[in-house]
Design a protein. Structure first.
Length: 304
C-alpha cells in the first residue's frame, strides 16, 4: 500500500482539481495524474470524473477516499507513537474547542495540562469546522454540541460520543449597559429594531423560525468567538443572542441580560466529547476528557 499515492488522492478530493492539488502537495500535475491513474489501475476503479471545472469524486471514489483517510490517520498516529517511544518524548493530543469552550473552559483547563505527561495542540472553531478536522484525522477529538436523543449524528459521521453534559441553559439576549432596550418598560416589544449577532451554535439551535417567532431580526453578524461578540455588543446597539454562560465571557463588563421565553423553540442539544470510531482515545486523551468533564460540571452548576 503506497501511502503517498493515497495522500495524493485525498488531496485531489479535498482541493477539487488536479492543478490545485499539485500546488498544495507540491508536485507536477503530470506526476500527480500518473499517481492517481496508478491507484485506479491497482484497485480497478475510477476515482474522479475530470472536466474543465475540476475533478469530481465518483460514487466508488467517495468510498475509496473515506477508506484512504482512515489508513492515513492510522499511519500518522502509529508513526507518532513510534517516534515517541524512540525519542522518549511525550505523546501528543490534538483536540478541538468550540466557541463556548474556548471562552469559558479552556482558560481554566490549560493550567492543569502542565501536570499531564503529554503535549497538547488545540484547534478552535465552529462545530462544522471541527467535524471536518476530525473526519480528516487532524484532531483526535473535539468538545462541542451534539443533537440529544438520537444516534443519527454519530452514525452519519462515523463518530463516537463520550460522556455528555445536558445543555440546560436557555437562550437569552445580552445588550450593553445603557442600551435603549434597558430604558423602556417592555423591552421585548422593540426587538426587531436592532441588529442581531450570535455564534453558529445559537443560529442552529433557534433556526430562522425561532428568530422570527421571538421578533428578532435574522443574525447579520455571526462569529464563533464570544470575545468578539461581547466586544461588539458592548460597543454598539447590537443584540447578542446566547446562553447564560455568556455572562462569564466578560464579567468585567456591564452587559444586561433580557430573558426570552424559548420553550419549544430550541432544538435539544448536549455537550459531548466527539471522537472518531476508527480508534480509541490515548491514555492522555482520556485523562484530558476527565478534566474537561470536571469543568463542564462546574459551568453547568453556574448556569443553573
Amino acid at each position: 500500500m503506497d501511502l503517498d499515492k493515497l495522500s495524493h488522492a485525498v488531496t485531489v478530493a479535498r482541493e477539487g482539481s488536479l492543478s490545485a492539488a499539485a500546488k498544495t502537495i507540491p508536485m507536477s500535475q503530470s506526476a500527480l495524474t500518473r499517481s492517481i491513474q496508478s491507484l485506479e489501475k491497482k484497485y480497478g476503479l475510477r476515482l474522479f470524473e475530470r472536466s474543465k471545472n475540476g475533478a469530481k469524486l465518483t460514487p466508488e471514489g467517495t468510498v475509496f477516499i473515506a477508506a484512504a483517510e482512515e489508513v492515513l490517520w492510522s499511519a500518522r498516529r502509529a508513526d507518532e507513537r513510534l517516534v515517541a517511544v524512540a525519542t522518549g518524548q511525550n505523546s501528543t493530543v490534538r483536540f478541538g474547542a468550540g466557541p463556548v469552550m474556548t471562552a469559558c473552559i479552556l482558560p481554566r483547563v490549560l493550567p492543569r495540562l502542565a501536570n499531564m505527561k503529554a503535549n497538547f495542540q488545540i484547534r478552535t472553531g465552529s462545530n462544522a469546522s471541527l467535524r471536518s478536522l476530525l473526519s480528516r484525522g487532524e484532531i483526535d477529538f473535539f468538545v462541542g454540541g451534539a443533537p440529544a436523543g438520537s444516534d443519527h449524528f454519530s452514525s452519519a459521521y462515523g463518530f463516537r460520543l463520550h460522556p455528555t453534559w445536558s445543555e440546560t441553559g436557555s437562550t437569552e439576549i445580552f445588550v450593553r449597559a445603557g442600551h435603549p432596550l434597558t430604558e423602556v418598560s417592555s423591552p421585548l416589544q422593540d426587538l426587531s429594531r436592532y441588529p442581531v449577532a450570535c455564534a453558529s451554535f445559537t443560529r442552529d439551535r433557534l433556526g430562522p423560525e425561532g428568530f422570527h417567532a421571538l421578533g428578532l431580526q435574522r443574525p447579520s453578524v455571526e462569529v464563533d468567538d464570544y470575545h468578539v461578540l461581547t466586544a461588539l455588543v458592548c460597543a454598539s446597539d447590537f443584540l447578542l443572542i446566547g446562553t447564560p454562560t455568556v455572562r462569564q465571557m466578560r464579567p468585567e463588563s456591564e452587559m444586561v441580560m433580557l430573558s426570552l421565553d424559548t420553550r419549544g423553540m430550541l432544538q435539544p442539544w448536549n455537550w459531548a466529547v466527539v471522537s472518531h470510531s476508527r480508534g480509541p482515545l490515548s491514555a492522555a486523551g482520556s485523562a484530558l476528557v476527565g478534566v474537561l468533564g470536571e469543568e463542564f460540571d462546574r459551568i453547568q452548576a453556574y448556569s443553573d
